[in-house]
Each structure stands twice: as C-alpha cells, then as structure tokens.
Design a protein around this ligand. Structure first.
Ligand SMILES: Cc1cc2nc3c(=O)[nH]c(=O)nc-3n(C[C@H](O)[C@H](O)[C@H](O)COP(=O)(O)OP(=O)(O)OC[C@H]3O[C@@H](n4cnc5c(N)ncnc54)[C@H](O)[C@@H]3O)c2cc1C
Length: 390
C-alpha cells in the first residue's frame, strides 16, 4: 500500500473508533477498500462512481443478496462505517453509494420474489441506478400529504399522475421507488411502486441546489401505466415501507456527517500548521487551539451517538422495532455538529476557505442539506420528544 493510502487509512480508522464489527479484520478490510478507491479531481460522473463502487464490492453492503435473512439484511454498523469513510473522501461518492440502498430498500422489505430477483442484483452491481421518490411540492415532512395518485384500472393496472420534487438521482436513475396514493386515508392510503424510468409518461427536470454536485430533480408523472406486478408489497403498505426505509438509514446520515466533519477538521489542522501570520503558524495561537479542541470533542460525541444508534438497530430484538430515539438523536446531533465544525474549519482557513472548488468550500455547501433530508432536525426532535412523552 502506498504511503499516502496508508496515512488515509489511519485517518479513516479514527472516524468511528469504537464501532466493532463482527471482526476487526472485517472492519479493516472495508476501510482499506475505501482508502484504495482512486478518486480523480475533478470527480468522475455519477455513473463512473457507481461502477467504481460496484467493482470494489461496496454496493453489496447497502443492497443485500436476494436470499438474505428477512429483517436482518443490512448491517447498519457496516453502512455507518462505509458512509463515514466515503463522505470523508467525497460526499458525492457517499451519495451515490447510499442512494442504491435508499432506492431499493422497499423491495428488500416487501418486494415480490420476481422484483427481488430482477432488481436487487442489478442495483448491487451498479447496473441499475435507484432513486427514492417520496417528496412532493405539498408533502415534505408530512408524508401523509402525498397526493400523487395511483388509480386502479379495470385490467388491474395502475394509472399514475402527480409530481415529485427534490428527488436525488432524478434523470440518472433507471428505477424509482415511487410512493403514491391508492386510497384516501392519509396514512393507510399510500402504496409503493417500482417504476422504470423509461416508462411512457415519466418526465424529469433537473434542479440546482447549493450542493450543486448532487444530482437532483423533479419527476413528473402524467398518465403513467404500471402493471399490478410493479406494486411493492400490499396496497396501503406504502407508509410503513417508507418509514421503515428512513428508520434503517437514519443513523447513516449521522455517519456521513461525521465523515464530512472529520475531513473539515483535518483540513483545518493542516492549514493552521502551515499558515503563518504575525510571524508564527496559526496553530500557535491559543484561540486556534481552543477552537480545534471544541471541534474534535463535538466530533467524538457525535461519532459515539452514531455508533450507539447503529449497535442498537443491529441488535434490536425485532427489526420491526427501529431504534427511534437513538437514531433520531444520532442524526440530529451529528448533522448539527457537522455544520458547526465545517463552519469553524472554514473560519480557520480565512479567505482561502471561500475559494470556489476548494475542499472546505465544497464541504460547506455539501453539509447543509444533511440537516434537511431524511427528516429535518425539527422532525428528529419530534421523534425524540414523542419517545419521552408517550
Ligand atoms: C439535497 C436533498 C436531497 C433530497 N433527496 C430526496 C430524495 O431522494 N427523495 C425524496 O423523496 N426526497 C428528497 N429530499 C426531500 C427531503 O426529504 C425534504 O426536503 C424534507 O423531508 C423536508 O421537507 P420540505 O423540504 O418540504 O420542508 P417542510 O416539510 O416544508 O419543512 C419546512 C420547515 O418546517 C419545519 N417543520 C415541518 N413540520 C414541522 C413540525 N411539525 N414541527 C416543527 N417544525 C416543522 C421543518 O423542520 C423545516 O424547518 C431531498 C432534499 C434535499 C435538500
């Protein structure tokens, strides 16, 4: 292993230090794989990234084998480790990795044998690109507001009309796991469908956000016809599949935040050692040292919360009982922490931290969305409060 890769591996090992997988050799091997990924600058296209992740065997950790044991298909500890390490190296690699899991987990939970056979291996090999289509113009935090309709036709097929917004991988995806209304009941009226992107009536429009590397857009559905066999699970099971997906992946957002914050901290340390002002390195000033100490302490606190949530989920008596408050605390604290740490790191860089395209400037833009997607910080607080008051 080249010296630079070995140094990177050492850093990745500090991200979630007490996250013990089945064996420390397994943990080491996963991190070694991430350290050895060749990441070009500028980063390659999302398709190339997926091919790299697939070739390295990493996608199989977020898209389980067709015959994996029901309810225990994913190791959340492995997902957290990989997301932290990938996000440390590149938030875009992390995104392309996790979307394969988010956009296939409904099939993992309730797909028919044929859906599982046809779809999961292709997602795990990066041949199919997956996306999760929940959010709508009038339904964000409150999924019971989803109004995209899936009307059953006389021949058993469904006609789908509506609009989804903020859909990661829109335009790139080959398949969407789409949530639509099959009945009026706000929660029990939602159903999930596996929608091939090439279906007649599906149109995508890209959106440009602050995190402008993030492939994202609208998905407009006009008279889309899907056979009954495209439905995932039963009619009315949609809300539980959506919440089940979000619950499993929630601590992994915290892990990505840990990876991004750790990268920012390491960039800041390197900068303050190098940069001289008033005749000495910035690192000599106590104000700099106090700031670094605060950043490192917050980072460690967040990584421990993430590790605790991942352990709790992996060891829950029943996979149907997600570790609600633990996961919510991990996501809430880690994403809020990452925002503060990245901001602190940028401040330590001075003007150079604002230079477009620099590592710290990109992290500053990328980190912001983590407090919003997959349940905003306020929604995480509501989950925690519910567990305290119920
Ligand atoms: C980069 C990015 C990627 C995304 N990718 C996807 C994707 O792949 N698929 C997908 O389906 N969606 C995706 N989303 C959408 C994301 O899940 C939603 O943005 C998120 O759920 C919040 O919904 P909203 O934006 O409509 O905000 P709103 O729900 O309108 O919330 C606005 C504000 O009100 C607050 N609020 C809402 N309800 C309450 C309450 N009860 N109490 C207190 N405060 C409240 C929120 O916390 C927030 O601060 C993505 C979003 C972003 C930014």
């Amino acid at each position: 292993m080249p010296a630079s890769e070995a140094a990177l591996l050492t850093r990745l090992q500090t991200l979630l230090p007490s996250l013990v997988l089945e064996s420390s050799a397994a943990q080491h091997a996963l991190l070694e794989t991430v350290a050895s990924l060749a990441i070009a600058d500028p980063e390659p296209s999302p398709q190339t990234i997926l091919a790299q992740l697939a070739q390295a065997g990493l996608l199989t950790h977020c898209v389980p084998a067709v015959d994996a044991a029901p309810g225990r298909e994913l190791s959340i500890r492995v997902l957290c480790l990989l997301r932290a390490a990938l996000a440390y190296r590149s938030p875009l690699y992390d995104l392309m990795f996790v979307m394969q899991g988010l956009g296939s987990h409904a099939v993992v939970q309730a797909g028919s044998p044929q859906q599982r056979r046809d779809y999961l291996p292709r997602v795990a090999q990066g041949q199919a690109i997956s996306a999760l289509a929940l959010t709508e113009p009038e339904a964000g935090s409150d999924l019971s507001g989803i109004c995209t309709s899936a009307q059953k036709q006389a021949d058993g097929s469904y006609r789908i009309d509506g609009e989804k917004v903020f859909i990661s991988n829109a335009g790139l995806a080959t398949h969407y796991v789409l949530y639509a209304r099959t009945a009026e009941h706000p929660k029990r009226g939602l159903s999930a469908f596996l929608l091939p992107a090439a279906t007649v009536g599906v149109e995508t429009q890209s959106m440009r956000l602050l995190c402008d590397d993030h492939p994202i857009g609208r998905v407009i559905l006009r008279g889309v016809i899907l056979p009954e066999s495209a439905r995932i699970g039963d009619e009315g099971q949609g809300m539980s599949l959506a919440l089940g997906t979000l619950a499993r992946f929630r601590p992994t957002v915290g892990a990505a935040a840990v990876g991004m914050a750790a990268r920012a901290l390491h960039e800041a340390i390197a900068h303050v050692r190098r940069r001289q002002q008033f005749g000495q390195p910035l690192a000599n000033f106590q104000a700099t040292q106090l700031r670094l100490a605060e950043m490192a302490t917050e980072l460690r606190a967040a990584s421990l919360l993430v590790q605790h949530a991942a352990h709790t989920l992996d060891h829950a008596a029943s996979p149907a009982e997600p570790a609600g408050p633990e996961s919510a605390m991990a996501k809430l604290f880690a994403t809020e922490m990452a925002q503060r740490v990245v901001d602190g790191a940028l401040q330590l860089h001075g003007g150079s931290g604002l230079v477009f395209g620099s590592v710290i400037e990109r992290l500053y833009r990328d980190v912001r969305a983590l407090r919003i997607y997959e349940g905003t910080s306020e929604v995480q607080k509501l989950i925690i409060a519910r567990s305290l008051l119920h």
